[in-house]
Design a protein around this ligand. Structure first.
Ligand code: PLP
Length: 440
């Protein structure tokens, strides 16, 4: 392939300069060795997914739509077996009726916790929308938050760098503690995602003393990033969104919970009703797409990881603080960049939007999203509304003005978003043109 052809194409069609392209290419050349790891990991998970599909005898009949109650939906049952198998769990609930990640997490919490039980977060603040339904921000009474129902919520901060504060945690757990809550991914914070080995370490410590405590993991953005998932290393239950990693960019909606069979049953009871549990839920023909998405998810996640690492490398080379650092172990697909300026955050997100296949003509602006307490800007020119396994960038508009970048179904799309973000930061005066020669 002729490099000058790409250069002139990008210059003509996207107004990206040769300096920006060179800077990104040089940054990528320096990290090429890191990419091999993600190729290998994607292969391993691909083999596991295929094996799980073969084990249930996946066949065309599993893709037929069901309607009404959806009793005896073979495709739904096969899908849940496949997810459970690949994730190393006894059972899984994988449904289009789970509307988002927050809903999946809420099924686990409302399903398991009872009045008077303590919910103890050991990874600091849960994700904004989760804090809202917990009632952790002192929400108005009478809305049906967990604290409204008599659940007691407490939290322990992480120590620096995504490490659990073991001593505080062990001192805090008591007879009242029904559930320990872990958020694997960074969410909107400046910290590294929690590693699987760290999750394993704390699960072992907690279970040794408190075997009955249910350890829950918010696994959003974490799927397929390590050899195993949290339940396979000692957690009891986890949840995630199908418009993130495990949907592979194809699932048009949905979420999952997975873990111990008795706990997944409680989630199903909450989703439908006790006595009905997971036995109903028409799939309306979505099963093929769920499974095809899950089939390609390991590869898609590897593409997103390559983009995340490259974005981190480029902005680090320009002198911005980035989290995680280029060489860090990664446990979610997010790359955070501390731009330090609200206008720069807007320019960055608007540039990512301009690289999108869908809605590229739209200009994202900060808005008051449900469940968040400051305006949030979101760039997402996605085929699936709000999908963040597709190329996306977002930021809550607050100090110190960090932008969170994630996704990209193909690495080439990720690169285009990256090059446009850099070009527009140069054009807007946030990045001095001389900086683009730093790697010469
Ligand atoms: C995305 C996400 C959620 C749930 O978000 P939804 O927008 O409801 O899907 C929860 N926790 C984390 C860490 C997330 O990244």
């Amino acid at each position: 392939m002729n490099d000058t052809l790409i250069e002139s194409y990008l210059a003509e069609n996207f107004h990206i300069s040769k300096e920006v392209i060179d800077f990104v290419e040089k940054s990528e050349a320096k990290i090429s060795d890191r990419m091999a790891h993600w190729n290998r990991l994607a292969e391993y998970h691909q083999f596991k997914v295929i094996q799980a599909m073969q084990k249930v005898g996946l066949s065309d009949r599993h893709f037929h739509p069901t309607t009404g109650y959806g009793y005896d939906d073979e495709g739904r049952e096969a899908t849940e077996k496949i997810f459970a198998d690949v994730f190393g769990c006894e059972a899984a609930l994988v449904r289009p009726q789970i509307t988002c990640g927050t809903h999946a997490i809420s099924l686990c919490l409302y399903g398991v916790l009872r009045p008077g039980d303590e919910l103890l977060s050991i990874s600091g603040d849960p994700y904004d929308t989760v804090r809202t339904f917990i009632g952790a921000k002192g929400e108005e009474k009478g809305k049906g938050t967990l604290t409204d129902l008599g659940v007691i919520f407490n939290q322990i901060e992480l120590m620096a760098d995504g490490i659990f504060d073991t001593e505080k945690i062990m001192n805090a757990i008591s007879e009242k503690t029904k559930m320990v809550y872990i958020q694997r991914s960074t969410g909107y914070s400046w910290r590294k995602a929690i590693t699987l080995s760290e999750i394993q370490r704390i699960c072992t410590a907690i279970k040794a003393k408190w075997p009955k405590v249910v350890i829950f993991v918010d696994n959003c953005y974490g799927e397929f990033l390590d050899e195993k998932e949290p339940v396979a290393v000692g957690a009891d239950l986890m949840a995630g969104s199908l418009i993130k990693n495990p949907g592979g960019g194809l699932a048009p909606t949905g979420g999952y919970t997975a873990g111990r069979a008795d706990l997944v049953q409680l989630c199903a009871n909450r989703l439908a009703a006790p006595g009905i549990g997971g036995e109903t839920g028409a799939t309306l023909g979505i099963t093929r797409t769920f499974l095809q998405g899950f089939f390609q998810a390991p590869y898609i996640v590897s593409q997103a990881m390559k983009t995340a690492i490259l974005v981190g490398a480029v902005y680090k080379n320009l002198g911005y603080p980035v989290c995680p650092d280029v060489d860090d172990y990664r446990s979610d697909i997010i790359q955070s960049i501390r731009l330090g300026d609200p206008k720069a955050v807007e320019v960055f997100c608007q540039a990512v939007q301009k690289a999108a296949p869908v809605d590229s003509f739209v200009t994202p602006v900060p808005w008051d999203m449900p469940g968040y307490d400051v305006p949030v800007i979101m760039a997402a020119g996605a085929f699936i509304q709000g999908s963040s396994i597709e190329l996306s960038a977002d930021a809550p508009m607050r100090e110190p003005y960090i932008v969170y970048f994630q996704g990209g179904l193909t690495h080439a799309h990720g690169k285009l978003g990256l090059m446009l973000s850099l070009q527009q930061l140069v054009d807007a005066g946030f990045v001095k043109p001389e900086k683009l020669h730093a790697l010469d």
